[in-house]
Design a protein around this ligand. Structure first.
Ligand code: GLN
Length: 309
């Protein structure tokens, strides 16, 4: 399956590209520093299988925080809503994704939602499997199903680079271990989490993930249900309330679609019942979202009335 380059999308992309100069590439994971801050690409995937693209959509990125939506779906399928939300809350934090602040303020320290790092680590902890390799293979298999692309694997370089520098994520884990939210070995959990964040794909793959969420869990071309509708809806709710970190309110006002970003510069969006979109632009704003990617989504939403509000 391929994507057609679109003149109309390209015009908006070129306009949005001007904003890349105001952003910076993430550097707290050393391997991410290599990205070109001026890159910007996008793909839109429709339920009838047509796909429009602009920019170099062959460019690969790692999932990073976008993986949090997928592990949430998997943990919900594994353990059910009650168990998952026994350990993680439903509420936005208004704090940066790395923050440890609310863990300290709440007693016992339950992370406020599954889209911040603390919550995502607790969610990954709940994914079933006999060892971390099997649990990782389950996450990867789910990505293969959602994208229809079984070639997807993970970047060992990015995983290793994050593993070696995950000081804050280790701190979050130990904090939660103290309160029994996490019971497994922290090094093992960090190993699994850094691999899940390092799964490598492109905008087209992201757009295909987006369309499955847009269609409430059904892959539209095959008609195959990949996740239950109530779980797809729950994931989309978190994408709206917490998907763009502590910029989710502004994003909901200006774009109005469920979306999830990652520090690699990727954004996966789902316009309910209409389409999935994948964007890649590694220059980030100060909250960690793709600066030009957000601009492009704003322009698209305005032009094609995507907002669900
Ligand atoms: N792997 C990254 C981390 O945990 C993901 C964060 C992100 O994309 N916001 O720091």
């Amino acid at each position: 399956m391929s994507c057609q380059s679109s003149e109309e999308l390209n015009e908006l992309l070129l306009e949005a590209k001007h904003y890349t100069k105001y952003g910076t590439v993430a550097d707290y994971i050393p391997a991410l520093k290599k990205a070109n801050p001026h890159d910007l690409s996008a793909a839109i995937y429709y339920p009838d299988g047509t796909c429009l693209s602009a920019g170099d959509i062959q460019q690969k990125m790692t999932l990073q925080s976008i993986s949090k939506v997928l592990t949430l779906a998997l943990a919900l399928m594994d353990c059910g809503e009650e168990s998952v939300f026994h350990k993680v809350g439903y509420e936005p934090t208004g704090d940066p994704f790395h923050s440890i602040l609310k863990l300290e303020l709440n007693n016992p320290s339950k992370p406020l939602n599954p889209m911040i790092n603390a919550g995502a680590l607790a969610v990954t902890h709940m994914i079933k499997g006999k060892n971390i390799e099997e649990r990782f293979q389950r996450i990867l298999h789910f990505v293969h199903e959602l994208t229809g692309n079984s070639k997807i694997t993970y970047s060992q370089e990015v995983a290793k680079s994050e593993f070696e520098t995950s000081f804050i994520n280790r701190s979050l884990c130990y904090y939660m271990k103290q309160d029994g939210i996490i019971t497994e070995d922290v090094e093992e959990l960090i190993c699994l989490y850094t691999k899940q964040c390092a799964i490598e794909l492109d905008c087209f793959d992201l757009a295909r993930i987006g369309v499955v969420f847009a269609m409430d869990g059904v892959e539209p071309m095959t008609g195959k249900r990949l996740l239950p509708a109530d779980i797809a809806r729950l994931c989309k709710t978190f994408m709206v309330t917490c998907g763009m970190y502590n910029a989710s309110g502004e994003f909901a006002s200006k774009v109005g679609i469920p979306a999830k970003s990652g520090v690699s510069g990727g954004i996966m969006g789902a316009v309910p019942n209409r389409l999935g979109i994948g964007v890649f632009g590694p220059a980030l704003d100060h909250k960690g979202n793709s600066i030009a990617g957000v601009k492009l989504l704003e322009m698209l939403s305005k032009k094609y009335s995507w907002s669900m509000f």
